[in-house]
Write a protein that binds this ligand. Structure first.
Ligand code: GDP
Length: 329
């Protein structure tokens, strides 16, 4: 629960006036599970929705260790040099475990965080729970109302979170490593198919040649994929978050993509579709919560569940019985 709430109007005016303290407090409100906070959050969202924005939402994914935070730092500073206001929804390191150890308190994106035109918000790991995706989407709305022109949503390249982030961003960048051994295995295929661009990071020092080889390999592999819906040719590049090689080129890809898709209409169509899908997702989630928290359903569900397990009644029968209870029939 949010410790101290402000009035709806204070949140709204603060966000529109680009007050970061109030913005942060409003995001905390959105993330809160407490019913009163959620009500207030919805009012705030209503109050700032429909602000004209020309933001670009970029999803960035890659397995732990690929160099996401180092890359976002370099890339983010480059974006700032183009006089853009940048917000990053970063992975909260304390929410991630890699090989048994917590990513720790390692300060992520420290030089970016100190820039006046950058705003970094570590968020709970995304997509793991249905509701988190929704909250991230609402947070993006607040950031845009607060004048941020480029929004980066960082995600771990390990699961369903990618699909959730792909569905709330305009451009999806996949960071990869050369020589990780499993270049074209099925696991990566799915995520490669979602990418609007692929960059092989750590293309520096001894690793440069390997990165170039991987680049050629991925370029070939992409020929086997269905063409991109926007009529866009998915670029494969190499970059180094440390030497900053390739960083400007990646930003150029995004500018080209925005130009192409705004011209051919794909940009707007995709955003409309994303909103439509978000509506249906939200309805489904609300119904699910209402169902599972319904007192009579809660009473009955364990009994019916064990009857299903024992094969005493069919899944269909159990479902129908629970729905009758839920609908008060
Ligand atoms: P994340 O887990 O994907 O956020 O990865 P990090 O940004 O924390 O980077 C993991 C490690 O790779 C760190 O030790 C970085 O210094 C290193 N790293 C990141 N990018 C590069 C790069 O472009 N070149 C080299 N040589 N190392 C890099």
């Amino acid at each position: 629960m949010v410790a101290k709430r402000l009035s709806t109007e204070t949140y709204i005016q603060g966000i529109l006036a680009q007050d970061r303290v109030i913005l942060s407090r409003a995001i905390t409100l959105i993330e809160s599970q407490a019913p009163q906070d959620q009500l207030l959050a919805q009012e705030v969202l209503q109050g700032v929705a429909n602000q004209p924005t020309n933001s670009v939402r970029i999803g960035i994914t890659g397995v732990p260790g690929v160099g996401k935070s180092t890359f976002i730092e370099a890339f983010g500073n480059y974006i700032l040099s183009k006089n853009k206001k940048l917000a990053v929804l970063a992975i909260d390191p304390s929410s991630v475990r890699t090989k048994g150890s917590i990513m720790g308190d390692k300060t992520r994106m420290a030089t970016l965080a100190s820039q006046p035109n950058a705003y970094i918000r570590p968020s709970p790991s995304r997509g793991s729970l249905g509701g988190v995706a929704h909250k991230t989407r609402e947070t993006i709305t607040l950031l845009e109302a607060a004048g941020f022109e480029v929004i980066i949503v960082e995600t771990l390249g390990v699961g369903q979170a990618e699909t959730a982030v792909k569905n709330m961003t305009d451009f999806f960048l996949l960071l990869m490593l050369a020589g990780a051994g499993d270049e074209l295995q099925g696991m990566k295929r799915g995520i490669m198919e979602m990418a609007d661009a692929i960059a092989i990071n750590k293309a520096d020092g001894d690793n440069l040649r390997k990165a170039q080889a991987a680049q050629a390999e991925y370029q070939n592999a992409l020929h086997l994929f269905p063409p991109h819906e926007a009529g866009w040719k998915v670029p494969v590049g190499i970059c180094s978050a440390i030497t900053h090689k390739g960083i400007a080129e990646i930003w150029n890809w995004i500018e080209d993509y925005v130009q192409l898709t705004q011209k051919n209409g794909y940009w707007y169509k995709k955003r409309q579709e994303q909103r439509k899908n978000a509506l249906h997702e939200h309805i489904a989630q609300r119904l699910q919560t209402m169902f599972y928290t319904h007192p009579h359903v809660k009473e009955q569900i364990n009994i019916l569940e064990s009857q299903v397990i024992q094969n005493q009644i069919s899944i269909l029968q159990a479902t129908e019985q629970l729905l009758s209870v839920f609908l008060g029939k």
